[in-house]
Ligand binder design. Structure first.
Ligand code: PLP
Ligand code: COI
Length: 339
């Protein structure tokens, strides 16, 4: 296996072509055996529902290189389950959990030389996706499907990494109240491109979405979930049917309570009560834990802990989560699959 010339600690979150990806097709009611391929181009019908009607869903998870050279996958069974939910929402055939996890393992092993070394902070991001393909023109579920898993080494998603950055509340909604917000489907991300671009133009890391019904409660932080730490040591994160159920968020709720002794709460986060939080952050697979320095909401700019320094609780959560992911801290039962 060849060596690759990558400056691991300078990686951002950009596409890098790795050697192998997994591809499997669904036709006549069943998935084929699937295989690894070197071709990173996908050839599909011009009538594919993925191209016209957004019949697409994806996942994001990571492989971590540990100090002893072994490789960890973090909770891939949860990604498999969430993809199954997304498939049910868009009338796509589900991928069984064992097939999903095996495809991820095969892709990681085949691209092992792209896994960033321990200590660089970088990881191998794994992107499974399923799309409707085949000849079609009406607004119908596709006659055929393609499931693929590819991967690439990545560094920070938000530029600051553990340095706090600023966010702005958007006037747009990313998903409707009873829409597809809780599924990881392409349309939600297409809807977020313009609000995200407007936030970037104003030099914010990304935008914050409020609940679509009342525009009074925080829902998401771009492609990540929100959390806040109150003065009386509560870890609070929004609960809503239109946000993505983040695997990182549920992991942090558990760690906050069982490892840090905080009270873990899923509930409403009112945009006009940000003063209740002494620290705030965005969490997700790509975002890991990204501290939020301040939030611009209309004409107010609210600063949480500091504009330059990460708060102590956010730092402890980060150390606990990353410690588990990189194999330095004991993981709760079933969270790590070792390669
Ligand atoms: N919210 C959105 C909209 C996302 O795209 C993501 C990324 O997956 C998350 C939250 C975080 O979810 P997870 O922690 O499962 O990666
Ligand atoms: C992830 O964290 O895996 C995400 O899906 C974010 C992504 C849209 C870049």
């Amino acid at each position: 296996m060849g060596k690759v010339d990558i400056k691991w600690s300078e990686l951002g979150f950009s596409y890098i072509k790795t050697d192998y990806r997994y591809l499997s097709y669904w036709k006549d009611g069943k998935w084929d055996d699937g295989e690894l391929t070197k071709d990173n181009q996908v050839h599909i019908s011009e009538g594919s529902t993925a191209l016209h009607y957004g019949q697409t869903a994806f996942e994001g998870l990571k492989a971590y290189r540990c100090k002893d050279g072994s490789i960890n996958l973090f909770r891939p069974d949860e990604n498999a389950k969430r993809l199954q939910n997304s498939c049910r929402r868009l009338l796509m055939p589900e991928i069984p959990t064992d097939v999903f996890i095996q495809a991820c393992l095969d892709v990681v092993k085949a691209n092992e030389h792209f896994i960033p070394p321990y200590g660089t902070g970088a990881t191998l991001y794994i992107r499974p996706y399923i799309v409707g393909v085949g000849d079609n023109i009406g607004v119908n579920p596709a006659p055929e499907y393609l499931f693929s898993v590819f991967c690439m080494p990545v560094g920070n998603y938000f530029k600051g990494g553990l340095a706090p950055t600023n966010f702005i509340v958007s006037e747009y909604d990313r998903a409707a109240g009873n829409g597809t917000g809780a599924a990881k489907v392409g349309g939600n991300y297409a809807a977020s491109l313009l609000p995200g671009e407007e936030a970037h133009q104003r030099k914010f890391s990304d935008c914050i979405y409020l609940d679509p019904q009342t525009h009074t409660k925080i829902e998401e932080v771009g492609a990540a979930n929100f959390f806040g730490i109150t003065k009386d040591n509560q870890f609070v994160t929004p609960l809503s049917p239109s946000i993505l159920p983040s695997i990182t968020k549920y992991s942090l709720l558990y760690l906050a309570e069982h490892r840090l002794g905080l009270k873990a709460v899923e509930g409403d986060v009112a945009i006009n009560k940000l003063g209740e939080f002494v620290e705030a952050g965005a969490c997700g697979t790509a975002a890991v834990i990204s501290p939020i320095a301040g939030i611009q909401y209309k004409d107010d700019f609210h600063v949480f802990y500091s504009e330059t320094e990460v708060g102590p609780v956010t730092r402890r959560l980060y150390d606990e989560l990353c410690g588990i992911q990189f194999g330095d801290v004991e993981a709760p039962e079933g969270w790590i699959i070792k390669i």
